[in-house]
Design a protein around this ligand. Structure first.
Ligand code: FAD
Ligand code: NAP
Length: 313
């Protein structure tokens, strides 16, 4: 029986692994279906992780994390978890190799993934001019012009954020009304360096080996407009990796919101005692490495108390 099972080996899961083992839990396993490190390993440059100065890739940032955890006894299973269930006080960890492990507590941090808009060149230039994170990459376009795609709250809020850093923001949306809150739409309209490009869909992002040079958009009359920008930010929705919480009857193990994010309190506690959710998959996640790591630490401290209470009181 594990003291704690950690599902996901990104910044949240690895930090949970560090704090649970170093904090005294004896038997902790982290389940990661790929190499540990999480989504940030796809990033060619990270500038906003405190203390990590100089030109550093996401891979370089994450490389030492597993070794640091293993020093304190964290075990790592390179396997996909298909489902987490709970019977009485025991969590069952269902693995895709058919085995089922048992644990007193679970910290889940399986992340999320931004949806792709589906235009030509989007995948080719992802991370080289096409981005889904303004907080991460906006600074690279300081005083330059950028395009933002989408018409929901995320797109509009990120366009406002980018407008403070960039010379100009083209906000491209496929309709002429927005999904976003009316107040946010008003703020967009009042921002002088945001140009609305409505009833328009991205056709193709183009560039060269240095990165993006521009985006071609097609309006509803079929007219193509060439928007010359080095950066294109897409915010067309997000999918949470919450599949492991789906039970045999189709319900979720714990309470979720309508976007499929796990509802937690400020201690990362879910509605199920002993189950903690961390990082990009939880409600109101800032979707940053530093905040995911912080969640992992908070959840680990709570898991230590929970297991102590369960076994000793
Ligand atoms: P993730 O990093 O997504 O890790 C989840 C892990 O769980 C993954 O390794 C996955 O393989 C594993 N997993 C999922 N399902 C299962 C399963 N069923 N069984 C076993 N394992 C599973 N943030 C910043 O702070 N600064 C930046 O500059 C920055 N740039 C970014 C650039 C790019 C290109 C991307 C994609 C993201 C960037 N981010 C940046 C965001 C940052 O990477 C995330 O906020 C952070 O990684 C979230 O950590 P997490 O641990 O919650 O999830
Ligand atoms: P969203 O509300 O689903 O909006 C996605 C936007 O992308 C929509 O405008 C959609 O257009 C557009 N889109 C989708 N696919 C596209 C494609 N292939 N090409 C071009 N455009 C495409 O997603 P979100 O903005 O990430 O928000 C998700 C949820 O979180 C929402 O409930 C939102 O309210 C909430 N949220 C709230 C806040 C806040 O309250 N402050 C902040 C952020 C997010 P259509 O409109 O035409 O469908």
């Amino acid at each position: 029986m594990l003291d704690c099972a950690i599902i996901g080996g990104g910044p949240a899961g690895l930090t949970a692994g560090l704090y649970t083992t170093r904090g005294g839990l004896e038997n902790v396993t982290m389940y990661e279906k790929g190499m540990p490190g999480g989504q940030i390993t796809q990033s060619s440059e990270i500038e906003n992780y405190p203390g990590a100065v100089g030109e550093i890739t996401g891979m370089e940032l994450m490389e030492p994390w597993p070794e640091q955890c293993q020093k304190f006894g964290l075990k790592h299973e390179m396997v996909e978890v298909t489902r987490v269930s709970k019977e009485g006080n025991v969590f069952k960890i269902h693995r895709n190799d058919g085995k089922v492990d048992e644990a007193h507590s679970v910290i889940i941090g399986t992340g999320s993934r931004p949806r792709r808009a589906g235009f030509t060149g989007e995948d080719e230039f992802f991370g080289r001019g096409v981005s889904t994170c303004a907080t991460c990459d906006g600074f690279f376009y300081r005083n330059k012009e950028v395009a933002v795609v989408g018409g929901g709250d995320t797109a509009l809020e990120e366009a406002l954020y980018l407008a403070k850093i960039c010379a100009k923001v083209y906000l491209i949306h496929r309709r002429d009304t927005f999904r976003s809150a009316p107040n946010t739409v008003e703020r967009i309209k009042r921002t002088a360096n945001i140009e609305l490009v409505l009833n328009a869909v991205p056709e193709e992002v183009y560039g060269d080996k240095m990165g993006v040079n521009g985006l071609k958009v097609k309006n509803k009359d079929g007219v193509i407009r060439d928007i010359v920008v080095p950066g294109v930010f897409t915010f067309v929705g997000n999918d949470v990796n919450n599949q492991t919480l789906i039970q045999e009857d189709g319900s979720f193990l714990c309470e979720m919101n309508s976007a499929g994010e796990v509802i937690v309190d400020i201690s990362m506690k879910t509605s199920i005692p002993g189950l903690f959710a961390t990082g990009d998959m939880r409600i109101a996640a800032p979707k940053q490495v530093v905040s995911a790591a912080g969640d992992g630490a908070v959840a680990a401290l709570q898991a230590i108390s929970y297991v102590d209470e369960l076994l000793n009181h």
